[in-house]
Design a protein around this ligand. Structure first.
Ligand code: PEP
Ligand code: MN
Length: 358
């Protein structure tokens, strides 16, 4: 159920409707839009008892949402969600492309700093790096844990890059939330409902990767789990699915981008690294991802991929990343997008981290 407020409804009227919904035993999710605020109602088992919601001051109409996902749906919020990073000009969603780059895993301070410097110079705004790795083998490198989180916090201080890193369970979620700017939930955890609910209780952006065999509905329902707990800052990420094709590690399903964008207001990034598993296929698929209308790219970059402790074969070299940036910059305007170069931090001295890295 969705309560659509009148365009001129006051903040007090919106609050009064939310309070009323909560007294009925449901949960109210106010979603401010450009034209008007809509209030999603969740927590109901069956049909919501409309009571006298329609009669409350400021209410335009009460409508049923037929989709299984509600808060993630465009029915509830028509315009695209744009996630902002306070104190910076970085965004995910909206006109500017968001570029997330960095190694699969943080392996050492030297490795992480060397890569961070190069992706910052090439103009990335976000740095990725695994501190906790969900590896297929228990004997494979599992990540440096908190030490890696601290290294990434230093990278944020030094280069201004906002940090995205994965939490693999409820325990690591708390630590990642403390140190990072965006919490990543990996493909293997897309239907870890306990983890999704815990991530929904955070008040920071969550990047949700598509499960290895998840349908579009399952993907959006996973996002809905997070949003149903009150965290509306969800970023989707297509990273390839399992198919019979064996020329790539996964099959990058780019057609999910327009499919998601039709149904949902949430931003969607594309990960051509896990999506192909092969370095030589990353750049062409990154170009295609921008052309298809993705809100950005998440890509693995390594300065010595042949020595990488995880995902070396799919990690591109820093100079290939710089080339990727140049090429997608040219494609962006064709799809009404812009590639921002570097992140600007609002400090007292109006210091620019772009300048610092040059
Ligand atoms: C990663 O981003 O390094 C990762 C493990 O991704 P995924 O969950 O998509 O496999
Ligand atoms: Mn990886």
């Amino acid at each position: 159920m969705l309560v659509v407020m009148k365009a001129q409804a006051t903040a007090e009227q919106i609050q009064a409707v939310c309070d009323h919904i909560e007294t009925l035993g449901y949960r109210a999710h106010p979603m401010p839009g450009a034209q008007r605020t809509a209030i999603g109602i969740t927590g109901n088992q069956g049909e919501v008892d409309r009571g006298n919601i329609e009669e409350l001051p400021g209410v335009a109409e009460v409508i049923r949402v037929s989709k299984p996902y509600k808060l993630a749906s465009r029915d509830v919020k028509e315009e695209d969600t744009v996630i902002r990073f306070p104190g910076t000009d970085a965004t995910i969603g909206g006109r500017n492309l968001a570029i997330v780059a960095g190694p699969c895993s943080i392996e050492s301070r030297e490795q992480a700093f060397a890569i961070a410097e190069q992706v910052a110079v090439a103009g990335a705004q976000f740095f990725r790096g695994g501190a906790y790795k969900p590896r297929t083998s228990p004997y494979a490198f599992q990540g440096l844990g908190v030490d890696a989180l601290k290294i990434m916090a230093e990278i944020r201080d030094r280069f201004g890059l906002r940090i995205i890193t994965e939490a693999i369970d409820n325990e690591t979620l708390e630590l990642v939330a403390e140190w990072a700017d965006v919490v990543q939930i990996g493909a293997r955890n897309m239907q870890n409902f306990s983890l999704l609910k815990h991530a929904g209780r955070l008040r920071m952006p969550v990047l949700l990767k598509r499960g290895l065999s998840a349908t579009l509905d399952e993907f959006l329902m996973a996002a809905e789990y997070i949003m149903s707990e009150g965290n509306y800052e969800v970023i989707l990420c297509e990273r390839g699915v399992r198919t019979f094709a064996d020329h790539t590690r996964n099959t990058l399903d780019l057609s999910i981008v327009p499919a998601v964008q039709r149904l949902s207001h949430l931003p969607i990034l594309v990960d051509p690294s896990h999506g192909t598993g092969k370095r030589d296929k990353v750049l062409p698929m990154a170009r295609a991802a921008v052309a298809v209308g993705a809100d950005g790219i998440l890509v693995e970059v390594h300065n010595q991929p042949e020595k990488a402790l995880s995902d070396g074969p799919q990690s591109i070299y820093p100079d290939q990343f710089a080339l990727m940036m140049d090429e997608i910059e040219q494609i962006a305007p064709i799809v009404h997008r812009k590639l921002p170069r570097g992140i600007h931090i609002e400090t007292a001295e109006a210091e620019s981290h772009v300048a610092k890295t040059k």
